[in-house]
Write a protein that binds this ligand. Structure first.
Ligand SMILES: NC(=O)c1ccc[n+]([C@@H]2O[C@H](COP(=O)([O-])OP(=O)(O)OC[C@H]3O[C@@H](n4cnc5c(N)ncnc54)[C@H](OP(=O)(O)O)[C@@H]3O)[C@@H](O)[C@H]2O)c1
Length: 338
């Protein structure tokens, strides 16, 4: 049990110029231009906490058929295989080229020093290249992993590099090294960000350093227990547009210029979330949404705890914690945060 909890903690401590591309389902897909000149679909689906590769494949395939063109996964989510199967099946059935789909994944700290880690990731995904790779946490051999990632970019295996959770307190030094001292710069930073934790100071710095902000827990995450959906301001704006609170939150993210990757397995939510791209909030509504900020994160693990736990192997790396135990432990950890 102790070991199970260790794994949990590792996983949990585990922002632009815009153009639009039309998907086959005529949903306008806003694009973000990254500092390396590459354009990324601003909106996508995240696959954290999906219970199996089968559920993940179903969710991602449903999303791609609904017009999504961006998927965010991670080695730690243990569902890259489901993502890759969905992408390959969708490309084959629709004729949409792989180049129109954005696939992001993340390396776990215990594989940062491994020069074969990206080849292993490509194998799990069953893809020829990955659009964006993040080191998942700002601990361990970050300089080593950056060297390996730069080589992967030079070899055409990876297109873009980003930073995940590198905005946290205590990671300032390694954040600056990644921004100031690398040959291939990070173009994006992924962090918890939603109306109750807008991360204003962090966002300002990230943008100043030439990166886009990408938001995890964009709806508050499972740990929030739907708190944002009950917010009176968000509910009243939703009523005015005759849409759901979740759609208002997604519209707010998009208008703020965030990349936003809400996780969903429910087919209704998957459709609802992409339909939010049709919503246009007024300046007054945007101001009301900004006023909700209280910098209240729903996930609050300290960096030293992250560091302590990140050496634990993932289930497919020889850990004696099974995939099911790993998922259950993540759920228990989220439940303990209510
Ligand atoms: N870098 C990191 O450390 C890190 C950490 C956490 C997350 N992430 C990434 O960010 C993505 C988004 O975060 P998240 O998935 O944890 O949280 P989230 O997107 O804020 O919330 C997901 C939860 O909201 C529910 N939901 C989705 N759409 C809804 C709607 N329209 N109405 C009501 N409920 C809705 C989902 O339910 P169902 O599942 O039942 O459909 C799920 O329980 C992740 O999937 C992952 O890719 C990264």
């Amino acid at each position: 049990m102790k070991k199970t909890l260790l794994v949990v903690a590792t996983v949990l401590s585990l922002s632009v110029s815009c153009t639009n591309a039309k998907t086959q389902n005529t949903v306008e897909q806003p694009m973000l231009k990254l500092s390396n000149g590459i354009e990324m679909p601003q909106f996508g689906i995240g696959t954290f906490m999906m219970p199996s590769n089968e559920v993940c494949k179903d969710a991602v395939l449903t999303a791609l058929r609904a017009g999504y063109r961006h998927i965010d996964t991670a080695h730690a989510y243990q569902d890259e295989q489901g993502v890759g199967e969905a992408v390959r099946e969708f490309c084959a059935e629709s004729g949409v080229p792989r180049s129109e789909i954005w696939v992001t994944s993340k390396l776990w700290p215990n594989e940062y020093s491994d020069p074969t880690a990206i080849d292993n990731m490509l194998q799990r995904l069953g893809l020829d290249y990955i659009d964006l790779v993040y080191p998942h946490q700002p601990v361990g051999d970050v300089k080593g992993v950056w060297h390996n990632l730069e080589n992967a970019v030079r070899q055409g295996k990876v297109r873009c590099l980003g930073l995940s959770n590198f905005e946290v307190e205590g990671a300032e030094g390694i954040y600056r090294w990644c921004v100031d001292s690398t040959d291939i710069k990070p173009v994006i930073l992924q962090m918890e960000c939603h109306p109750y934790a807008q991360r204003i100071a962090q966002s300002d710095q990230i943008k100043k350093d030439g990166m886009v902000v990408e938001c995890w827990y964009p709806l508050g995450g499972a740990a929030s227990r739907g708190a944002l959906f009950q917010d009176p301001t968000i509910k009243s704006i939703a009523e005015a547009h005759n849409v759901t609170p979740a759609q208002i939150i997604i519209a707010w993210h998009v208008q703020e210029g965030h990349s936003v990757i809400p996780g969903a397995t429910d087919h209704g939510y998957i459709q609802e979330n992409i339909d939010a791209l049709k919503i246009k909030l007024t300046d007054d509504e945007m101001a009301k949404m900004r006023d909700l900020n209280k910098e209240q994160r729903f996930y609050n693990m300290k960096l030293e705890d992250t560091a302590r736990f990140c050496g634990v192997p993932l289930p497919d790396q020889g850990s004696n914690v099974s995939r099911e135990e790993f998922q259950k432990a993540m759920e228990d950890e989220l439940n303990s945060k209510k």
